[in-house]
Write a protein that binds this ligand. Structure first.
Ligand code: RB5
Length: 148
């Protein structure tokens, strides 16, 4: 799967770890940065990854900052993005199955590497179930479009 990944300065090491981990599993990871420890602003990277997902360049996205929160808030301002912060594998699976999340976010200061691996595995391996969940996704889209 072609996956966009982005992060701020807090999460360079975690981004590199997850990139290596998923590349070894055969995924194509497109890196949108940052790649240095120099302090930066996470909305830049949240937007880059969100744009890559909405445009169809990448199927899904991964965002990492200190908590995963700021960078996901930024990504969620892009129409069509459903970015979910998950600190556990169960939520990561369910946000694909029920919420059709197209970006997973987590915090490099919140979860360790082993948990992060499980989170991305669950997210990438799960499938959106549709059905009754689509009504709710449509309502989220209606809010986004100012129709509700
Ligand atoms: C950066 O210090 C920190 O605020 C950022 O990584 C993230 O946790 C924001 O939500």
């Amino acid at each position: 799967m072609k996956i966009a990944i982005g992060n701020d300065h807090v999460a360079v090491g975690m981004k590199n770890h997850i990139t290596e981990y998923l590349t070894a599993k055969g995924h194509e990871i497109i890196n949108f940065g940052t790649d240095t420890a120099e302090r930066c602003d996470y909305p830049i990277y949240g937007k880059k990854v969100a744009d890559a997902v909405v445009s169809g360049e990448c199927e899904l996205g991964i965002l990492i900052c200190g908590t995963g929160i700021g960078i996901s808030l930024a990504a969620n301002k892009v129409k069509g993005i459903r970015a979910a912060v998950c600190s556990d594998p169960y939520s990561a699976r369910l946000t694909r199955q029920h919420n059709n999340a197209n970006i997973i976010a987590f915090g490099a200061r919140v979860v360790g590497e082993a948990t992060a691996e499980m989170i991305v595995d669950e997210f990438l391996n799960a499938e959106y179930e549709g059905g009754r969940h689509q009504t709710r996704i449509d309502m989220i889209s209606a809010i986004e479009q100012g129709e509700m």
